[in-house]
Design a protein around this ligand. Structure first.
Ligand code: SF4
Length: 765
C-alpha cells in the first residue's frame, strides 16, 4: 500500500496485497509449500497462456478508483488472462501450486477475490453487465490442471469490491493517520544535536544528495562522526520531502542494530514520529524451545493469520519504535509467532532495521513484500566492508553425501520415491569419490548439472512427502526438511552460476561434499540493490575505496565520499615494530614479541587489548607472556563464547581498574570490530601481524580469479581483507575527542610502502 504524503486522502494499493490483507486466515505453513510454486510459477503461467486463442489477452494491466467514505482507493493490478467468451470476457487467474490438487473441490477465497476484483475493473471499464471468472490451478510437479468457474453480474462484483474495500479501510485510515503525523513531525525535526560534529555535515549532505539524485554512494566515514545519525537524519528528511517512503537500515551485527534504534530514540525525543521495526533472527526470537513452525507443534503458528490483522492494528495504533522487546510483547498478547509478526508489521513500517540477508540473500524471499515501494526505498548498508564476505557466503552453496545416504536408508520401504531419489544422489557422490580419490579435491568451472538434475527430482519428491505428511515419521522429518532446503539452495544458486563461480568437490574418508563457490559477489550484490531508489554503503574502513567499490558492485557514475577523522594525530602514539610474524618465523621471534608486549603494558597502568591472527598463535604467545608476567591480570577470548561470556569479557575493561588489565583476542573476531570502549576503558592496542587470511584453497581461488581479470589477485584475496581487519582492530582505541592511547603494530611488513599506504592517515607519522 502506498500512503502518499497526502492531503487528498488517496490510497494506492495493488490487488494482491489488498485481498491478502482482507482474506488471510489460518496457520503458518512451513514454507516449503510455496517454494516450488514460486520457482516454477512464471514457466507455468506462460505455458497456460500459450494455449490462449487469437484475440485472448495476457498480462493485462488494470486500474480503478473507488471512493469509500472520504478516501479514494486507487487499485491496480495485472490479470493473467482475458479470454474472449460470447459477447464479453472471462478473467483467467492462474495459480501454480505444489499442493496435491486431485481432491480440490473449490478455489481459494483469496484467489476468487483477486479474480473478482479484476473482473470488476474490466466490466467497469467496458460497461459490461456480466463477467465470467476462471481460476486455473496447475500442480508444478505433475502438471495436473484444475479449473473452477463462476459468473457474476456487475452489481454482484461491485458489492464484492465494496466489501473488500470496507474491510481494508480501517487499516488504510490508520496508515494515513500515522503517515500525516510522521510527515508533520519530520518537517519540524531539528538535527538532534546543537551542532554538527566535524565531518557529520559532509556525510549527511552527501547522503541526502545521493537520495535526491537516485544514486549509490560509497562512504568512508571514520569513527567518531556519528555515522548512524549522519545517514539516518537525511534519509528521514527525504521521507518528509516525499522522496522516500521506506528506509532499510542493514547491518551485519546486532550491536549496530542497537545503534540505529538509539538514533531513532534520540530523534523521537526531539519530536520525530516514524514507525520502525527491528527484525531479529527466527531462532533468537522463537517462543518455543525448538523451532518447529507447524500448527501441531506451535500454538503461535496455529491460527496465526486469524489473529494477525487485529494485532497489527493494535501495535501500529500505539507504538512507534518496535524493537525486539515491543514485538515480543504484542506477539505474546495476541498469541502470534514473533518472527512472522515482525515481518508482517515491517510491511507497514517506515524504517526496517535488520540484517543484510533480508535484502541480499537469495534464500530470503521477502522481496516481493517490498517490491511496490522499492523505487521509494533507500538501503543504508552499515559496516559495508562486511558485505564482501557475507555476499560470498550468501551466493555460495554446498551439499554433502551423508544426508542422502541416511535418507536413502531411512525411507527404504516407507517411501520408494524418496528412497530412490536420495539413492541417486548418493550414487552420484560415490562416483565422484572414485573419480577424485580420497583426500583429494576436484575443481571445475561449470555448475554441477548432473547433480542439480538429481536434486531437482529429490526436491519434488521431498516436497510431495513433506506436504502430504502421511508417511513422515517425526524423527525423519527434520532431516528431510533440512536436506530439502539445502538441495533447493543448490538449485537456486546454480541459476546464478557464471564465470564468477567455481565448483569444487572435496573427498575425505567419511564424506564427500560439493560446493559452488562465488569468488566475486559484486554483480550479484549490484543486482540485489537494483531498483531501490538509492543505496548508501558506509564504513569506517571502506578502504581502499576502489577495492570496495569494485567488490560491492559500484557503477562508474556512483558517488564516493571520504570524510576525514575528527580525531587528532596527537591522540595516538603509533609504534611500528618490524618483527616478522610470518608463520615460519614465529618460533624465532616469540621471545622478542613477548618482550615488546610486556614493555608496552608495563609502561603505563591501563587497559590493553592485544590482537593475534589466530587462536593458535594467541595461545602460544599467551603462555610465554604469562610465564614472564604472572602478576598481571588478563582475560583471553575463547572460541565459541556465549553471549554472557562476551559481555563479561567487555565488562572487565573498567575505567576504574586499579591495576593494568590485558585482553588477548583474535583479529577479525567479535572483539576486533563494533565494540566501543571509551575513555580509560582502553588505553592501548597491539596488533600482531598484518591480518592476512589464512592461506587456503578458497582464498587462492579468489586470487587466481582476480589475477585472471587483470587485477592484483593477492591484494584482493589477502592483503586488502587483512589490512581491513587491522584497521578495524586499531579503530577500537580512539572513540572520542578525549581518548588517547598507544597503538603498536607488530610486523615488518608495516614498514613496507604497500602496507603503509593502506594505513589510515591518522596512524601515519
Ligand atoms: S514461535 Fe517459533 S516455532 Fe512457533 S512459528 Fe514462530 S518460529 Fe516457529
Amino acid at each position: 500500500m502506498v500512503v502518499p504524503n497526502n492531503e487528498d486522502r488517496q490510497v494506492k494499493v495493488s490487488v494482491r496485497p489488498l485481498v491478502e490483507y482482507v482474506f488471510r486466515s489460518g496457520d503458518i505453513e512451513s514454507g516449503f509449500r510455496t517454494a516450488a510454486a514460486l520457482h516454477e510459477g512464471t514457466r507455468i503461467h506462460q505455458q497456460v497462456q500459450k494455449m490462449y486463442k487469437e484475440g485472448d489477452l495476457k498480462e493485462v494491466s488494470l486500474k480503478t478508483e473507488i471512493l469509500y467514505e472520504d478516501t479514494v482507493y486507487v487499485i491496480e493490478g495485472r490479470c493473467d488472462g482475458l479470454i474472449q467468451v460470447d459477447n464479453g470476457w472471462m478473467v483467467d487467474e492462474i495459480k501454480s501450486t505444489s499442493s496435491d490438487i486431485s481432491h480440490m473441490e473449490e478455489g481459494h477465497v483469496v484467489h476468487w477475490a483477486q479474480a473478482q476484483l479484476y473482473a470488476y475493473m474490466v466490466a467497469k471499464e467496458q460497461g459490461l453487465g456480466q463477467m465470467k471468472i476462471q481460476l486455473t490451478y496447475i500442480q508444478v510437479v505433475t502438471s495436473e490442471e484444475k479449473r473452477f468457474r463462476r459468473e457474476l453480474s456487475f452489481a454482484e462484483l461491485e458489492s464484492v469490491v465494496m466489501e473488500i474495500v470496507s474491510r481494508y479501510a480501517p487499516y488504510a485510515a490508520l496508515r494515513i493517520r500515522n503517515a500525516s503525523r510522521r510527515d508533520e513531525s519530520i518537517q519540524s525535526l531539528p538535527f538532534p544535536f546543537d551542532t554538527y560534529r566535524e565531518g557529520q555535515r559532509k556525510l549527511a549532505g552527501a547522503v541526502y544528495q545521493t537520495i535526491n539524485e537516485e544514486q549509490k554512494l560509497f562512504a568512508k566515514a571514520p569513527t567518531g562522526i556519528g555515522k548512524t545519525l549522519s545517514t539516518l537524519f537525511p534519509s528521514v528528511k527525504a521521507i518528509g520531502e516525499g522522496l522516500l517512503q521506506q528506509i532499510f537500515y542493514l547491518t551485519a551485527r546486532t550491536t549496530t542494530r542497537t545503534a540505529a534504534e538509539q538514533a531513532f530514540e534520540l530523534m523521537q525525543s526531539k519530536g520525530l514520529c516514524v514507525q520502525t521495526v527491528t527484525l531479529t533472527a527466527k531462532d533468537k526470537v522463537c517462543f518455543q524451545e525448538k523451532v518447529s513452525c507447524r500448527k501441531e507443534d506451535c500454538p503461535f503458528a496455529d491460527g496465526y493469520y486469524d489473529r494477525l490483522n487485529g494485532a497489527i492494528m493494535d501495535m501500529l495504533s500505539s507504538e512507534t519504535l518496535m524493537n525486539r522487546h515491543v514485538i515480543e510483547q504484542y506477539a505474546q498478547k495476541h498469541q502470534l509467532c514473533p518472527f512472522e509478526f515482525s515481518l508482517d508489521v515491517a510491511y507497514a513500517a517506515d524504517v526496517i532495521i535488520c540484517d543484510y540477508n533480508y535484502i541480499f540473500d537469495p534464500r530470503v524471499s521477502l522481496k516481493r513484500l517490498f517490491q511496490e515501494r522499492k523505487k521509494k526505498t533507500v538501503l543504508l548498508v552499515d559496516e559495508a566492508h562486511n558485505l564482501v564476505d557475507r555476499g560470498r557466503e550468501m551466493f555460495s552453496s554446498d551439499i554433502g553425501k551423508t544426508e542422502f545416504l541416511e535418507l536413502q536408508r531411512g525411507y527404504k520401504g516407507k517411501n520408494d520415491r524418496i528412497h530412490e531419489t536420495s539413492r541417486a544422489v548418493n550414487q552420484y557422490f560415490i562416483r565422484l569419490k572414485k573419480e577424485c580419490g580420497e583426500g583429494k579435491r576436484k575443481l571445475w568451472m561449470e555448475s554441477p548439472e548432473e547433480l542439480i538434475s538429481l536434486l531437482d527430482l529429490f526436491v519434488q519428491e521431498a516436497e510431495r512427502e513433506l506436504q502430504g505428511n502421511a508417511n513422515v515419521e517425526l524423527e525423519s522429518r527434520p532431516l528431510l526438511l533440512d536436506t530439502y532446503f539445502a538441495s533447493q539452495n543448490m538449485i537456486r544458486i546454480s541459476k546464478l552460476y557464471d564465470e564468477r563461480y567455481v565448483t569444487y568437490a572435496e573427498v575425505t574418508r567419511n564424506s564427500v561434499m560439493i560446493k559452488m563457490f562465488c569468488m566475486d559477489p559484486s554483480t550479484l550484490l549490484a543486482h540485489a540493490s537494483k531498483g531501490f531508489r538509492s543505496t548508501i554503503f558506509f564504513s569506517a574502513t571502506l578502504s581502499p575505496l576502489h577495492y570496495y567499490r569494485d567488490m560491492l558492485g559500484a557503477g562508474e557514475d556512483d558517488y564516493s565520499v571520504t570524510v576525514p577523522s575528527p580525531f587528532h594525530r596527537e591522540q595516538l602514539d603509533v609504534r611500528i615494530e618490524p618483527l616478522s610474524t610470518r608463520y615460519r618465523d614465529r618460533e624465532k621471534t616469540k621471545d622478542a614479541l613477548v618482550r615488546l608486549l610486556s614493555q608496552m603494558v608495563r609502561e603505563k597502568k591501563g587497559n590493553y587489548l592485544i590482537f593475534f591472527p589466530s587462536y593458535q598463535y594467541l595461545y602460544d604467545i599467551y603462555e610465554s607472556f604469562m610465564s614472564d608476567n604472572a602478576d598481571l591480570r588478563t582475560i583471553v577470548q575463547g572460541q565459541g563464547m556465549t553471549e554472557e561470556e562476551r559481555e563479561a569479557f567487555l565488562a572487565s575493561f573498567r575505567s576504574d581498574n586499579s591495576e593494568t588489565f590485558i585482553g588477548f583476542a583474535v583479529l577479525g573476531g567479535i572483539f576486533s570490530e563494533g565494540i566501543d570502549l571509551q575513555g580509560d576503558r582502553l588505553n592501548g592496542v597491539a596488533i600482531v601481524g598484518v591480518g592476512l587470511p589464512q592461506i587456503g584453497m578458497e582464498r587462492d581461488l579468489i586470487k587466481d580469479y582476480f589475477n585472471g581479470i587483470g587485477k592484483n589477485g593477492y591484494n584482493y584475496a589477502y592483503v586488502f581483507p587483512g589490512m581491513n581487519k587491522v584497521q578495524q582492530a586499531g579503530g577500537r582505541l580512539i572513540r572520542s575527542e578525549q581518548d588517547t592511547g598507544i597503538l603498536m603494530l607488530v610486523d615488518d611488513r608495516f614498514t613496507q610502502r604497500q602496507y603503509q599506504d593502506l594505513l589510515p592517515e591518522e596512524w601515519k607519522g
